[in-house]
Design a protein around this ligand. Structure first.
Ligand code: HEM
Length: 208
């Protein structure tokens, strides 16, 4: 990556950070100062908003590599870690709001929900898979794990798929709301697969 690209991308980092933080600030504003905006069930509304921002941020994070492939610009890669960590932040917030505000921290009820409701099981697996990615997101871990870091961080594709299944399984949203997320995921993963296959083909051609 050229030094010029890095310095331009770094200038945009604070802006991207603030943009990704805005939904959280908006949720805090609604909860503290404007509960009427949250409707009849404020806790549910906050669970929904944080869930939606978790899945949007996962898709943003997954979009960085395809954007690099399509534009041939490394510029976007600078934002990959930050968007991925924001997705984790919104997923944890979503889980905490659900456990504290909706279930009143009743662990036995959480246990029951986790065994009875398939969409909650899928969401929980996605969240658990996210933990090692968030922990190993630092440069230090990247250096230490070397190629295994790349292998481990491929889990983000599985998380994206589970997140879309979790959302679709809810049913209350209906396919009209969920299909754009599913389509975005298919396109983002499709671009990577096509690119990997092309790279392999080129490498084989070079060998002969
Ligand atoms: C990566 C992890 C997760 C993502 C991306 C995610 C995303 C979402 C999304 C997009 C929705 C729909 C929001 C809407 O109705 O507009 C949702 C709803 C919901 N999620 Fe998650 N979720 C995740 C993990 C979890 C976990 C771990 C739990 C609980 C253990 C959970 C519990 C719920 C519940 C209860 C709802 C429905 C709330 C309602 O009925 O309105 N989610 N989630």
């Amino acid at each position: 990556m050229s030094a010029n690209t890095i310095s331009t991308a770094r200038k945009f980092k604070p802006l991207v950070f603030i943009l990704l933080l805005c939904p959280a600030l908006w949720m805090i504003y609604q909860a503290v100062f404007a509960q009427q905006l949250l409707g009849a069930d404020p806790a549910k509304s906050l669970v929904d908003q944080s869930g939606l921002w978790a899945i949007k941020s996962i898709l943003f994070a997954l979009a960085m590599t395809p954007l690099r492939i399509l534009t041939k610009q490394s510029f976007f890669i600078i934002f990959r870690r930050m968007t991925g960590l924001f997705a984790f932040f919104y997923a944890i917030t979503h889980f905490l709001i659900y456990s504290i505000l909706l279930l009143g921290l009743d662990l036995s009820q959480l246990g029951t929900e986790l065994t009875r409701r398939p969409y909650i099981i899928v969401g929980f697996i996605a969240l658990l898979l996210y933990v090692p990615l968030a922990i190993t997101s630092t440069n230090g871990w990247q250096r230490q794990l070397k190629r295994n870091w790349i292998r481990l961080h491929k889990l983000v594709y599985v998380i994206g798929i589970l997140a879309v299944i979790h959302m679709t399984w809810l049913k209350k949203l209906g396919l009209t709301t969920t299909w754009p997320y599913a389509l975005a995921l298919v396109i983002l993963l499709g671009i990577r697969i096509v690119n990997t296959l092309n790279n392999r083909r080129m490498a084989q051609l070079k060998k002969h």
